[in-house]
Design a protein around this ligand. Structure first.
Ligand SMILES: N[C@@H](CCC(=O)N[C@@H](CS)C(=O)NCC(=O)O)C(=O)O
Length: 305
């Protein structure tokens, strides 16, 4: 511990009569803000309770981990997390977004230390006890929702039932839809058709679980189910009608109502959607689908909202 931190800690101890929070030692700036804010608060002639509350809040904020998220705008799994970050208005001090190429790319040695599967997104988290590496987008979403739960919207539904359903929808998407969506890029029509058929089964299960009243996936509160569905959505919205003459909302009224609501849900939702959609456009321009022998059955898609 540095000299300044030691002095601050001494002052912290002297002025502390009823604090339950430990003095944060892992970063001088955090230590400084943790000390200065409550010190000033106690100087005010506000009541003692107010000073204690402010002290606690400041220490809690200072003790929060610093998160770096590695992802790219094209990544629909990264979009799940970016939606949560933008919707919660988390600042760069709270979560910094970096490109995997800053570490040498997703298959580089440094990146693989963080996520041995070599996939985006991945998060590097500076915790007081040491670094924490997290991957799998739904897990990162849950972690950020908890760590920043005091910043609205909370993304953690109030009831156990709604939380379980949110986890169920995220799982259905990860296990029964996501793994098959890569089949949309396969070389033969038969392989592609097989992938789309399997995705349909996953979408049916999601329709079965979605809230009847909405407006969000599991009711009147946002959850990780919305993050996961919305992050992947531009990909399905772009690919399925354009190349497979179908849409995930076909014959699925709850999914259709959810999509309608999400179109005007927030500027964060719109921006993240556009990032992925426009990146797919650039693949179109570079002939990615032509090279696979895929023929569009509709005109070039546009964002319709
Ligand atoms: N289940 C993972 C899927 C992540 C994933 O497949 N990401 C894609 C980009 S959207 C990727 O990194 N693909 C590169 C690869 O698999 O080599 C998650 O939820 O994070």
């Amino acid at each position: 511990m540095g000299l300044i931190q030691r002095d601050l800690r001494a002052l912290w101890m002297v002025t502390s009569t009823s604090r339950s929070t430990e003095f944060p030692t892992h970063h001088p700036r955090q230590a400084m803000s943790a000390f200065v804010a409550p010190f000033l608060a106690s100087k005010l002639r506000a009541g003692r309770d107010l000073a204690i509350i402010r002290t606690k809040m400041s220490a809690e904020a200072a003790a929060r981990p610093k998160v770096t998220l590695y992802t790219m705008p094209i990544s629909c799994y990264g979009a799940r997390v970016r939606y949560l970050i933008r919707r919660k208005k988390l600042t760069e001090d709270q979560v910094q977004i970096s490109l995997p190429k800053d570490l040498g790319g997703i298959k580089s040695e440094d990146y693989l230390k963080m996520n041995p599967l070599g996939k985006m997104p991945a998060a590097y988290i500076e915790e007081p006890k040491g670094p924490l590496f997290l991957y799998e987008s739904s897990v990162i979403c849950e972690y950020l929702a908890e760590v920043f739960s005091d910043q609205d919207p909370c993304f953690i539904p109030k009831t156990p039932e709604a939380r379980a359903k949110a986890r169920l929808i995220a799982n259905l998407l990860d296990v029964y839809v996501g793994p098959h969506h890569m089949y949309m890029y396969k070389k033969t029509d038969a392989d592609r058709a097989e992938g789309v058929k399997k995705m349909d089964q996953g979408f049916d299960a999601i329709e079965h679980t979605l809230s009847l009243d909405g407006p969000y996936a599991v009711g009147d509160q946002l959850s990780i189910a919305d993050c996961c569905l919305w992050g992947n959505w531009p990909f399905y919205d772009f690919m399925l009608p354009t190349f497979f003459a179908r849409h995930p909302t076909d014959g699925r009224p709850k999914l259709a109502a959810w999509y309608k609501h999400m179109q005007t849900e927030s500027s964060a939702a719109r921006e993240v959607y556009a990032d992925v959609f426009n990146a797919l456009y650039s693949w179109w321009d570079r002939g990615r689908w032509n090279d696979l022998g895929m023929t569009a059955v509709t005109p070039r898609p546009e964002i319709s909202f």
